[in-house]
Write a protein that binds this ligand. Structure first.
Ligand code: GTP
Length: 230
C-alpha cells in the first residue's frame, strides 16, 4: 500500500525558517506511531522519505488496512491519499499503487481486493560492524553502513525488491519469492555480509523469521545465509 501525505511540502513551508527540527520531530513521532500500528495488524512500515510511505499489505485484510489509514489520517498534519498496488514484485506493486494515488482527490483512499502471497523479507548485516566502529569512529562507521545500504539497494533494485535502512548496519529488503536464490548467490559471493531470510503470512511474521535466521547464523558462524519459514 502506498500512502502519500498530500501537499506535505506546503505544510513544511508553513512552519517558517526555523522549521527543520519541527519537521524531524513530527516525522519521527508519526513514524513511531505508524510503525507501532502497522505491527499490530501484522504488517511493516517502510517510512522511506516520510511523506510517501509504503506498508506491506499481503496477509492483511482491507478492513485492517482501512482501520490503519483512519488512524494515520487522524494523526497526520495533512490529508492522505492511499492505494493498494498489485504486481509480481514489490517494486512494481508500489509503482502501480502510486499511479492510483496520483489520480485520487486529497483525503481519499482506494483499496481494491487483490490476492495475497507469502511475504519474503531479507535481513542483511555487515560482519564485524562493532569492531569497525571501535577502530574508527561513529561517523566513519556510519558512512560504511550507508555504503552497505547502497550496495544492497543496487543488488535488490534490479530484482524488484524494496530496501529500508533500519539502523546500525541492518538493512531489510522486501522481496518476491522467485528472487531468493539470486539474493543468496550475491551474499555467498560477498565475504563481508550475511543475510537471514524469512517467509511469513504477513510482513511482521516474515521479518521475525528473518531476524531469527540472522541470530541463528551468528550463533555458529558456519553459514552466511539462512532461510526460515514457520
Ligand atoms: N535495527 C536493528 N539494529 C540492530 C539489530 N541488531 C543490532 N543492531 C544495531 O547494529 C549494530 C551492530 O550490531 P551487530 O550487527 O550485531 O554487530 P557486528 O559487530 O556486525 O556483529 P556481527 O553481525 O555478529 O558480526 C548494533 O550496535 C545496533 O546498533 C537489529 O536486529 N535491528
Amino acid at each position: 500500500m502506498v500512502i502519500e501525505f498530500h501537499n506535505y511540502r506546503e505544510w513544511t513551508e508553513l512552519l517558517g525558517d526555523d522549521r527543520e527540527w519541527k519537521i524531524q520531530f513530527s516525522q519521527h513521532l508519526l513514524s513511531s506511531k505508524m510503525i507501532w500500528k502497522a505491527s499490530q495488524m501484522g504488517s511493516m512500515l517502510f517510512p522511506m522519505r516520510y511523506d510517501l510511505l509504503l506498508v506491506s499489505s499481503d496477509g492483511i485484510s482491507n478492513s485492517k488496512l482501512n482501520n490503519f489509514l483512519g488512524y494515520v489520517s487522524r494523526i497526520a498534519p495533512v490529508n492522505l491519499r492511499a492505494c493498494l498496488g498489485y504486481s509480481e514484485t514489490p517494486l512494481k506493486a508500489q509503482e502501480k499503487g502510486y499511479e492510483c494515488v496520483k489520480k485520487l482527490e486529497a483525503g481519499s483512499t482506494q483499496l481494491m481486493e487483490y490476492p495475497d502471497s507469502s511475504v519474503v523479507i531479507a535481513h542483511f548485516d555487515l560482519n564485524g560492524f562493532t569492531s569497525l566502529t571501535n577502530e574508527t569512529s561513529p561517523y566513519t562507521s556510519f558512512t560504511e553502513a550507508q555504503k552497505f545500504y547502497t550496495e544492497v539497494l543496487e543488488t535488490v533494485y534490479p530484482l524488484g525488491g524494496l530496501v529500508q535502512y533500519m539502523g546500525g548496519d541492518n538493512i531489510v529488503a522486501l522481496l518476491s519469492q522467485d528472487v531468493i536464490d539470486q539474493v543468496i548467490t550475491q551474499v555467498e559471493n560477498n565475504p563481508r555480509i550475511k543475510v537471514g531470510i524469512g517467509i511469513g503470512r504477513n510482513a511482521r511474521e516474515a521479518l521475525r523469521n528473518a531476524t531469527k535466521a540472522l541470530t541463528d547464523i551468528r550463533k555458529d558462524r558456519r553459514e552466511v545465509w539462512k532461510l526460515l519459514q514457520e
